[in-house]
Design a protein around this ligand. Structure first.
Ligand SMILES: [Zn+2]
Length: 486
C-alpha cells in the first residue's frame, strides 16, 4: 500500500519528520482507500520471507497460485503432463489433476476443499485447503487464518503488549517480540498502524483500553492479508520507533514537538550551494515542504542503457523497476522516499549528486544491476586520501568523506537484512560515482540474478524480495541515520 491523498475528509497527503531526542518521529498523514476497491490478497509469513500474493476467485472460491506461493520458501518447480500438474518442492513431490479435489503429496492422498484449477500451465489451489496442503508439502506446522487471509509458516507470530505510562502526560508504549515496520497513518480521532509484511497477531483481547482520556484504546484488526492496530485518541498523535523497531512510542504531537532536552539545534535554512553543504542540513520546519528520508537513484537511463544484461534487457530498465519497488517498500515503512528519475531519462553523475544533496535525505541508495554473480553486492565510496577539503566547504570529489562511517553502518545493516533472507551478499568499497559526491549516508546496491538465471533478474517477485530486505535493513538503521541527519 502506498500513501495516497485522494480519500475523503482528509487534509491530503502530507508528511513530516522531526528529529527530537535523537529519535525519528515519522508521521505520514495517509488516507486509506476504502476497502472495496482493494485487490484481494493473501499474506505469507515465514522465517525466510514475508510476502503477499493476489487471490484469484474462481466459481466464488478463493484460489492462489501454488508455485508463486512456494517460490520464496525453497527450490520449487512444476511440470505439466496433460491435465496433471506435478510440483516439486525441495524433496517433496505433489501431484494435482485439473478439476479434481484429490491430490497426492509425498505419496499420500490429500483432499482439497474445492477442485484444483489449471490455467495455462499455472496451478491454483483453494485458500481454504492451504494449511493442510502446505503442512504436508513443507513438512511442518502451517496455520492459516482464513478470515484475514494470513498464512503463518512455522512459529513466526509476533506478539505485542501496549500500555499507557503516566496518565498525566500520556505515552502509549507498544512493545513487539520482533522488529516491525508498519505504515503509520492518521485520520481524525485515530492513529492507524498497518502491518503488511509483519506476522503481528492479536493480543488476548482484540480491544485494549487505557486509563487515559487522551489515548483511550487500541484495537487489533486483520483483513485482506494485513493486520492493523488502531489507536483511538482525542488529539493528534506522533509515533516514534526505537529498540531496533521493536518498540513504537505514541504520544500527543504537541508534547513530542517540544523536546524535553535542549539538545536539538535550531533549524537553519541552507544558503550555500547544496553540493557544498557539509553535514548539518537541518530538517525543514514541520509546516514546510515535504521532507524525504531516502533518495533512490536508478542508475543509467535514457541514451545511456547501462549493461546489456541480455539482448533485450537493458540495465537501465531493471534499475528503474527495482528503484520503484524499493521506494514502495521504504514508504511502507514510513520512510518517505524520492526517486532521482522516475522515467527513462539521461542524467549525469553530477546531476544525480546535486539533486540528492539538495533533497538532503538521511540516506542515498544508488541501484545497479549485473548479469554476473548471484545475489546482491553493496558498495560504499572509496574516498581518495588527501582530498582538498578546506574551511566549511567540502571538496566535491571527497564530499562523502565525513559520511563514510555512517554509509558503512547503513551497508552493514542492509547486508544483515539481506543475509537473514538468505540472499548471498558482499560488501565492498569502490570509487563509484556519484557516491563520492553525496553529503549523506550513501550506498550503491547491485542486484544480480539467482544462480546466473537471467530470467529471474527481471522478475518482479525476485526484485520485490530484495527490495523488501533492503528496505528492512535501512529501517533497522533509521535511528542512527536520523540522528546524524538532524
Ligand atoms: Zn550499472
Amino acid at each position: 500500500m502506498t500513501t495516497t491523498g485522494n480519500g475523503r475528509g482528509s487534509s491530503g497527503r502530507r508528511g513530516l519528520m522531526r528529529a527530537a531526542l535523537g529519535v525519528l518521529l515519522a508521521l505520514a498523514s495517509v488516507v486509506l482507500l476504502p476497502g472495496s476497491s482493494e485487490e484481494k490478497r493473501v499474506s505469507i509469513y515465514s522465517t525466510v520471507a514475508n510476502y503477499s500474493l493476489p487471490v484469484a476467485e474462481r466459481n466464488k472460491v478463493d484460489y492462489v497460485g501454488l508455485l508463486e506461493l512456494l517460490e520464496p520458501l525453497g527450490t520449487v518447480s512444476a511440470k505439466l503432463n496433460g491435465n496433471r500438474w506435478r510440483l516439486r518442492y525441495n524433496d517433496a513431490v505433489a501431484e494435482f489433476t485439473a478439476n479434481k479435489r484429490k491430490a497426492r503429496v509425498r505419496d499420500a492422498d490429500v483432499q482439497l476443499p474445492s477442485n484444483f484449477v489449471l490455467e495455462s500451465g499455472r496451478g491454483l489451489v483453494p485458500l481454504a485447503g492451504l494449511s493442510n496442503l502446505l503442512s504436508r508439502i513443507l513438512g511442518g506446522p502451517v496455520a492459516f487464518n482464513p478470515g484475514a487471509r494470513r498464512l503463518f509458516v512455522g512459529n513466526v507470530a509476533v506478539h505485542f503488549t501496549a500500555q499507557v505510562s503516566n496518565p498525566a502526560s500520556p505515552k502509549l508504549i507498544v512493545n513487539f517480540t520482533a522488529p516491525v515496520n508498519p505504515t503509520i497513518a492518521t485520520e481524525p480521532g485515530k492513529l492507524r498502524m498497518t502491518f503488511s509484511h509483519d506476522p503481528v497477531v492479536a493480543p488476548g483481547s482484540p480491544k485494549l483500553t487505557f486509563d487515559s482520556a487522551v489515548i483511550a484504546s487500541a484495537t487489533f484488526l486483520e483483513s485482506n492479508g494485513e493486520a492493523e492496530i488502531v489507536i483511538d485518541t482525542t488529539v493528534p498523535l506522533l509515533a516514534a520507533f526505537s529498540n531496533n523497531g521493536r518498540t513504537i512510542t505514541i504520544e500527543p504531537a504537541a508534547a513530542a514537538a517540544t523536546p524535553a532536552l535542549p539538545a536539538a539545534p535550531p533549524a537553519a535554512p541552507v544558503s550555500t550551494p547544496p553540493s557544498a553543504v557539509p553535514a548539518m542540513v537541518a530538517s525543514p520546519p514541520a509546516s514546510g515542504a515535504p521532507h524525504y528520508f531516502a533518495v533512490v537513484d536508478a542508475s543509467h537511463g535514457g541514451d545511456e542503457r547501462g549493461a546489456a544484461l541480455t539482448e533485450q534487457l537493458a540495465e537501465k530498465d531493471v534499475t528503474l523497476a527495482f528503484a520503484r519497488l524499493l521506494r514502495q517498500e521504504l514508504d511502507n515503512r514510513g520512510l518517505r522516499t524520492l526517486l532521482v528519475r522516475d522515467a527513462d531519462s539521461t542524467l549525469t553523475a553530477d546531476q544525480r549528486a546535486t539533486f540528492t544533496n539538495a533533497a538532503a535525505p538521511a540516506i542515498y541508495v544508488c541501484v545497479h544491476a549485473a548479469s554476473q554473480g548471484t545475489g546482491v553486492r553493496l558498495y560504499t565510496a572509496l574516498i581518495a586520501s588527501g582530498g582538498g577539503s578546506s574551511g566549511p566547504f567540502l571538496d566535491w570529489d571527497t564530499a562523502q568523506g565525513p559520511f563514510e562511517a555512517l554509509s558503512e553502518a547503513a551497508a552493514t545493516s542492509v547486508a544483515a537484512a539481506l543475509h537473514s533472507k538468505q540472499f548471498p551478499v558482499r560488501t565492498l568499497t569502490a570509487p563509484l560515482r556519484p557516491l563520492n559526491n553525496i553529503t549523506s549516508a550513501a550506498v550503491a546496491i547491485e542486484i544480480a540474478p539467482p544462480a546466473n538465471d537471467m530470467s529471474r533478474l527481471s522478475s518482479a517477485a525476485y526484485q520485490q524480495l530484495i527490495a523488501a530486505a533492503v528496505a528492512s535493513g535501512i529501517a533497522d538503521a533509521r535511528d542512527k541515520l536520523q540522528a546524524a541527519h538532524r
